[in-house]
Design a binder for this molecule. Sequence first.
Ligand code: SAM
Length: 237
Amino acid sequence: MRTTGKTNSVSPSDSDAVTHEPRPPRPTEGLTYHQPGVLRVLQTKEQTQAYYDRIALVYDLLAEHAEAPVRRAGIEMLKVRKGEKILEIGFGTGHSLVTLGESVGPTGRVFGIDLSEEMRGLSIARLKKQGLDNRVELSCGDALRLPYSSDRMHGIFMSFMLELFDTPEILVVLSECRRVLMIGGRIVVVGMSRLAPHGLMTEDFGWTRHHFPSCLDCRPILVRHALGDAGFYVAES
Ligand SMILES: C[S@@+](CC[C@H](N)C(=O)[O-])C[C@H]1O[C@@H](n2cnc3c(N)ncnc32)[C@H](O)[C@@H]1O
């Protein structure tokens, strides 16, 4: 799904893309955003982090076969150009970071944020192996509070990530994306949609999540609706 949030363009400056200034937490309690038929998420952030730390080493064995082709198609939709600044949220084991790093070239920059320190370690190793670590900057943290200054990114990519957030939080994450995207910026969200023609993957997740809500941390959501609700113009899906 490719969307454009804003319409003009501005010149970015490289040095101030990442802010280390403390920002007030964004409270999610009391938020009422709701998606009809979409299950709520029960896990705490600490549980999510511990889960991904635990499975980091085997994540590719579990997911790469099913997810890689969809993820690659999503990156193509982002149409990354040389010299751009691109953020990936929830980069996992770092496959997309490699593609994004190659696409921005030596004059561009890729930023990544992920809750799991283990995933970050694996990604750094992968980037070093490819000689791309000097153009990619990875943080460990929660995407509910992006540690980047406003209007700095040309593009944002996330795959199999938005459906991990509880429904009210989805809007918080997307509004953070709008904040850090520069005018004319693009976002691509790859994820399981409740409205997609039902494939095995979506059905399996929906069923497992319904019957074993505390075992699985994600579920199909209304991706396109969420982007529209957050104020993005949806250009492609
Ligand atoms: C299902 S994996 C997908 C990984 C990768 N995007 C891919 O497509 O292979 C979800 C990733 O999001 C990270 N994650 C989960 N909750 C997060 C949060 N609140 N903020 C940042 N990252 C988060 C996890 O640690 C994990 O690496």
